[in-house]
Design a protein around this ligand. Structure first.
Ligand code: C2O
Ligand code: CU
Ligand code: CU
Length: 485
């Protein structure tokens, strides 16, 4: 493979192909970085406070709809003290503003592109009409606007919106084009989960920096598969002051590279998983560590009530190479008063019935070593080709295989637009309880196989499915469905 193809294929694939696998881990141990002459920025660790993206105010409300205006533009943002980082952001911020929607209430967003290049906007996890999905052909040219209609016919969940420009999504999201989109509903509110300032989104995004403060994408030729430092809501390794009570954290792994993480809190503090991509779980699941792949959302409740004041709880993420990366720190500074117990039952998640499935499909995801492209069922993405035609209302079972071999251990993260799915099994075994809710993105390790069940609901038309390691999607690992009547 030539250098360009390597870059396109995405970090880990490129590295693995370029280096014999024995050298892989050595390439990451830092010797390459020591030899690097670029002046390194001093990146703070646990000294900057966590910021929470602002909630966008509608420009207009009617009895059944909220209207928003969003402008995509370039800006310089204070990320590392002493320097300003050029970003591309919704409303010129990174991450962009959060949109809070209510189930059953239409949201209409006018996106205006003031960037130097076209951009498509996708609502990840949204059950939306095809014209609002942000698929190829829906790019907004510089200086133009486009309306997006999001009906929110789906349960309370943590969604996100991000760039989906054909072949450019990895770069464009790396430059900052990401934001949260939260759906709430009455069932969720009745649960009395921690709310307001105790309901905090944590958008995890890895980045590296040039000496002048600009973002530097990971360079596979240098053995980099992810950025050097983790940002949370746009701040490197921040801290958050918390009280001795429980918090709801909506965690999004918004990394664009191969940054699969296994999150863990120090001091053995547990996390209680209450929701996944598509909504709340039937019941909370207590975990001591939490794998989260790019594009996945996991909601947890963490209870600091028994943590002594003055304690520092560090959240780390173990990456693919087994290194523990600092994510952020929770500083327990105040007594808490409000002690709502987690309800034993959260949401009704009706299991989709396998007996109802009328169609079965299989997909194999793998790097084509001849062409250097990433493929689904042996094909590169072609926006002019329709790969499958599910029927409106049909229940389908999809078997998705990560076809990579042991000598090139590339993970994939399979994502469907439009439909949420349930995992039937992983390598023949039922999913863990914390993976058994509604999903739209699922990591599949090399050689792994998952079976997914989904029901095509409200909208006909074209939608995408793809690997959500965005470098892989850019390199061809994407396909198109047309939902037909
Ligand atoms: Cu985050 Cu095509 O999606
Ligand atoms: Cu999506
Ligand atoms: Cu992939």
């Amino acid at each position: 493979m030539d250098r360009r193809t390597l870059l396109k294929v995405g970090a880990l694939a490129g590295v693995a192909a370029a280096l014999p696998v024995e050298k892989l881990s050595r390439a990451f141990t830092g010797t390459a970085r020591a030899a690097d002459p670029a002046p390194a920025l001093e990146i703070p660790r646990f000294t900057l406070p966590l910021r929470v993206p602002t909630v966008l105010r509608p420009t207009r409300r009617t009895h059944d709809a909220d209207y928003y205006d969003v402008t995509m533009r370039r800006a310089r943002q204070l990320i590392v003290p002493g320097t300003r980082t050029p970003i591309w952001g919704y409303e010129g911020t990174f991450p962009g503003p959060t949109i809070v929607a209510r189930r059953g209430r239409l949201v209409v967003i006018r996106q205006t592109n003031r960037l130097p290049e076209p951009s498509a906007v996708h609502l990840h996890g949204g059950n939306v009409p095809s014209e609002s999905d942000g698929i190829p052909g829906q790019e907004i040219e510089p200086g133009r606007s486009r309306l997006f209609h999001y009906p929110n016919h789906q349960p309370a969940a943590t969604l996100w919106y991000h760039d989906h420009t054909h072949h450019m999504e990895a770069r464009n999201t790396y430059l900052g084009l990401t934001g949260l989109y939260l759906i709430t509903d009455p069932e969720e509110r009745r649960l009395h989960l921690p709310r307001g300032r105790y309901d905090i989104p944590l958008v995890l995004q890895d980045r590296s920096f040039n000496g002048d403060g600009s973002f530097r994408p990971p360079d596979p030729d240098k053995g980099e598969f992810a950025g050097e430092v983790m940002l949370v809501n746009g701040t490197p390794r921040p801290y958050l002051e918390v009280a001795q009570r429980s918090y709801r954290f909506r965690i999004l792994n918004g990394s664009s590279a191969d940054n699969l993480l296994d999150l863990r809190l120090s001091d053995g503090l547990a996390m209680h998983v209450i929701g996944t991509d598509g909504g709340l779980l039937p019941a909370a699941v207590r975990v001591s560590h939490l794998p989260i792949a790019p594009a996945e959302r996991i909601e947890v409740v963490v209870d600091f009530r028994d943590v002594p004041r003055g304690s520092h709880i560090v959240l780390t993420g173990r990456n693919l190479l087994g290194q523990d990366v600092d994510v952020m720190r929770f500083d327990v500074v105040a007594a808490g008063h409000h002690h709502d117990r987690l309800p034993t039952r959260l949401a009704d998640v009706s299991r989709l019935d396998q007996a109802r499935a009328t169609v079965r499909r299989s997909f194999t995801l793998n790097l084509n070593r001849q062409t250097g492209t990433m493929q689904i069922n042996g094909k590169d993405f072609d926006p002019d080709r329709v790969d499958i035609r599910p029927k409106l209302g049909a229940t389908e079972i999809w078997t998705v295989v990560n076809g990579e071999q042991a000598d090139l251990p590339i993970p994939h993260v399979f994502h469907t637009h439009l439909v949420r799915f349930q995992i039937l099994d992983r390598d023949g075994r039922p999913p863990a309880a914390e993976e058994a809710g509604w999903k739209d993105s699922v990591p599949i390790p090399p050689g792994g196989r998952v079976r997914l069940i989904m029901k095509f609901g409200d909208f006909p038309g074209r939608f995408l499915y793809h690997c959500h390691l965005l470098g892989h999607a850019d390199a061809g690992m994407m396909a198109q469905m047309e939902v037909v009547r």
